[in-house]
Design a protein around this ligand. Structure first.
Ligand SMILES: [Zn+2]
Length: 241
């Protein structure tokens, strides 16, 4: 039996780490079919990326109110002065291994073998207004409220990761292989394909946490602070500045 040179197997092991923020590619091509196919990846793993929040005590009520109103542009309804603010940056890092070979009709075929993903909240901040620092009751109240937002994010993330792991395992159960002219084109195409899928996951997670965070705001009526720390306390803090 003759084995033409061009079908000789060329094996490429590639480890790629990519951080997925901004500058996303939108198009994706699942270039599957003969002669470029492969078995499902042996590992599809999704781990939580969940940075604990850092505290920022530098901002004023006026700064936080601006931030809060800007954040509300995307929906929600934040009124009045903001004494605290919670910020989170969603991020994903993935690392893959793939194996490639030349194909008889020309070009190369690259098959995904393992994928490990760190997905979630890569940076978090609780901003407490300077003005709250002099009043322990207010400071504790605002901190507790912002910590509730942190807990909501963690809960949404835990649930989402279980679903993401299941969805990816299912989607990759038929294998993921891409075909391109050169090994480097194939690598790029494979990463682009995976990046597009992870981008979609980030958008989905972002929408879920927005909804959950809106609900967490609603639980905390503005007058709960006055109830806890005394009537007119917000105005007193603002004036005492
Ligand atoms: Zn809130």
């Amino acid at each position: 039996m003759l084995t033409p040179n061009r079908t000789a197997r060329l094996v490429l092991w590639i480890a790629v780490a990519c951080t997925s923020q901004g500058g996303w590619l939108t198009a994706s091509t699942w270039a599957q079919g003969e002669p470029c196919t492969g078995p499902p990846p042996s590992t599809v793993r999704v781990d939580a990326l969940s940075k604990p929040p850092e505290f920022d005590l530098e901002k004023t009520i006026s700064d936080l109110t601006q931030l809060s109103h800007a954040a509300a542009q995307g929906g929600g309804d934040r009124k009045g002065p903001a004494l605290g603010f919670y910020q989170a940056k969603i991020g994903v890092k993935s690392s893959i291994k793939a194996v490639g070979h030349d194909i008889s009709t020309g070009g190369v075929c690259l098959v995904l073998r393992t994928i490990t993903i760190n997905f979630g909240l890569q940076e978090r901040k609780i901003l407490l207004a300077q003005e709250t620092q002099g009043n322990r009751c207010v400071r504790d109240f605002v901190t507790a409220h912002e910590q509730r937002h942190v807990a909501v994010d963690d809960a949404v993330l835990r649930l989402y990761l279980v679903q993401l792991q299941a969805a990816l395992s299912l989607e990759l159960s038929g294998g993921l292989a891409v075909q391109a002219k050169t090994p480097s084109d194939a690598r790029q195409l494979l990463m682009k394909t995976l990046d597009a899928r992870l981008q979609q996951a980030m958008e989905e997670f972002s929408a879920r946490r927005d909804n959950a965070q809106q609900a967490a705001h609603a639980e905390e009526e503005a007058d709960a602070l006055e109830k806890a720390c005394g009537p007119d306390v917000t105005n007193q803090i603002i004036k005492a500045k």
